[in-house]
Design a protein around this ligand. Structure first.
Ligand SMILES: [Zn+2]
Length: 511
């Protein structure tokens, strides 16, 4: 039993456009006649609807190859050998291997090939070689077309980058991109973490994996896949077309390095929606360039993650890091006459994170969105009663003024006036005190509202990301993003549970 494979070539497409009839129908007739002449039975016709060049872009070809490899067919009828594979030498190898290993014949109107016959094999591969030369010239023409499409803002990639899905351009030819919201959220976070917090690829990959997020292909994230996202200008709303230069690296393991040839890359504003701003993309690139050109920064010298943030509870001096090579670093008060006891750095870090986690937990219990509304309600009530007290005070002042008037017009005796004035002044003092209490409450409520909006996400980030940071600078940046000051006290030598920390969160927006 035999199979038939039908596929249009680019030349066929051109011919059809200039008015020639349906190519595949014509080919089918030709091959059916050929089968009849040779007394062959066609068990299945694989008809490629798409005209992709690579095997990956031809689903019917994939199905045929699987069947050929399984030995399902004695022969495959095809118009020319080149219809099976062209262009890509890997594809060519896959095809000839499938036919060779199963001993499947290739029958064309011109010739029958037996892949296991040495002479035919050469011919077979020569045929593919010829088509490859043809493919190159076709490719050059296609490239011009692609560049034109990029200038129109269309997306030329075969698969959409993570964060997007590929969709047809409305009422037109070609493709553009549509945002996949939950993936786009990850893209935004990665850029944000990279630019604003300086988090490295390794940590971002680990974080995503801990969250159970997967790449588009369903793999765990690795630093390279994170970097690919931070390097892709598509996210800023641009499209590009450019040939990639393939460079073999000497180290071998990563085998092939792909870099666009800068002068041949065409970048244009795309018609798809951006996920991040151009500014953020540029900032990310600038950050990368900075690291590349200056791998050793002064920042790297920072060894104390608590630099500028941890103070002695006893004397108020800074806690300094005692660097002990090959031993765990320890924190101790800079003031040599101070009696505060030193502690190992990781112990203090761990305690701090535990405290912040506990704080977040209790905060989440107390401040869900309902209580947040309640908080706002209380704030507005307090503001109202503050205004009411203001008007009461001015009312009392008016009474006082009237008492003066009554004294002047001799209605009040001096004694009566003094008593009256004393009672009004007492009332005013009372109200003033009440007002200051309410003002204090108002600022507390305001602070709480602000905390909820500002400090909670920052602490969440700190608790989540701290363990992934491996430079002291990264840790220090994270700490400073949400804490103003930490005070430290240890009361017993060799007893880590005697350590106490006082945490002062950073309030108000940081510019
Ligand atoms: Zn001290």
């Amino acid at each position: 039993m035999d199979a038939m494979y039908l596929r249009k070539s680019r030349i066929d497409l051109d011919a059809e456009r200039s008015g020639e009839g349906n190519t595949l129908l014509r080919h089918k007739t030709t091959l059916l006649e050929l089968a009849k002449r040779q007394n062959r039975t066609i068990g299945e016709i694989y008809e490629e609807v798409k005209s992709g060049e690579t095997i990956a872009a031809r689903p019917e070809m994939q199905r045929l190859l699987a069947d050929v490899e399984a030995g399902r067919w004695d022969a495959v009828l095809v118009m020319e050998v080149e219809r099976l594979a062209r262009g890509d030498s890997i594809d060519q190898g896959i095809v000839s291997q499938a036919f060779k290993s199963s001993g499947t014949l290739i029958i064309t109107p011109a010739k029958t090939y037996d892949p296991n016959n040495e002479f035919d094999e050469e011919y077979f591969e020569f045929g593919l070689f010829m088509s490859r030369r043809e493919y190159k010239s076709i490719r050059r023409r296609m490239e011009a077309g692609k560049r034109a499409a990029v200038r129109e803002g269309k997306y030329m990639g075969k698969t959409a980058p993570f964060g997007y899905r590929r969709v047809r351009v409305e009422n037109g030819k070609g493709w553009t991109l549509e945002i996949v919201p939950e993936e786009a959220e990850i893209v935004r976070r990665l850029y944000d973490m990279h630019v604003r917090q300086g988090v490295g690829f390794q940590h971002m990959a680990r974080m995503l994996n801990e969250e159970g997020a997967l790449t588009r292909r369903g793999n765990p994230w690795c630093p390279y896949s994170v970097r690919a996202i931070l390097d892709n200008v598509t996210y800023a709303g641009y499209v590009y077309y450019g040939r990639v230069k393939t460079v073999k690296t000497s180290t071998g393991r990563r085998g092939i390095k792909r870099r666009p040839l800068a002068d041949e890359v065409l970048i244009c504003k795309g018609i798809h929606p951006p996920i991040i701003s151009k500014e953020l993309f540029d900032a990310s690139q600038a950050r990368r360039m900075k690291y590349r050109s200056a791998p050793v920064r002064n920042d790297e010298d920072l060894v104390n993650p608590f630099q500028g943030i941890l103070f002695c509870r006893d004397c108020g001096a800074r806690m300094q890091l005692n660097v002990r090579p090959a031993k765990t670093h320890s924190l101790l008060c800079r003031n040599i006459s101070c009696s505060n006891i030193s502690a190992r750095l990781p112990v203090v870090e761990e305690l701090l994170l535990h405290m912040l986690e506990d704080w977040l937990d209790s905060y989440r219990v107390e401040c869900n969105s309902e209580t947040s509304d309640l908080l706002r309600q209380r704030l507005s009530e307090a503001q109202t009663s503050s205004q009411r007290i203001d008007s009461q005070i001015s009312q009392e002042n008016r009474k006082l003024q009237k008492a003066y008037d009554l004294l002047e017009s001799d209605v009040y005796t001096t004694d009566e006036f003094t008593a009256r004035r004393a009672s009004i002044q007492e009332r005013i003092a009372e109200l003033t005190q009440k007002k200051s209490q309410i003002e204090k409450k108002i600022s507390e409520y305001e602070q709480a509202v602000e905390q909820q909006e500002d400090i909670v996400p920052a602490v969440e980030r700190l608790v989540m990301m701290y363990k992934y940071a491996d430079t002291a600078r990264e840790k220090n940046d994270m700490l400073k993003a949400c804490l103003e000051r930490i005070e430290y006290k240890k009361t017993k030598q060799y007893n880590d549970s005697s350590i106490k920390l006082w945490i002062y969160p950073r309030l108000g927006r940081k510019s």
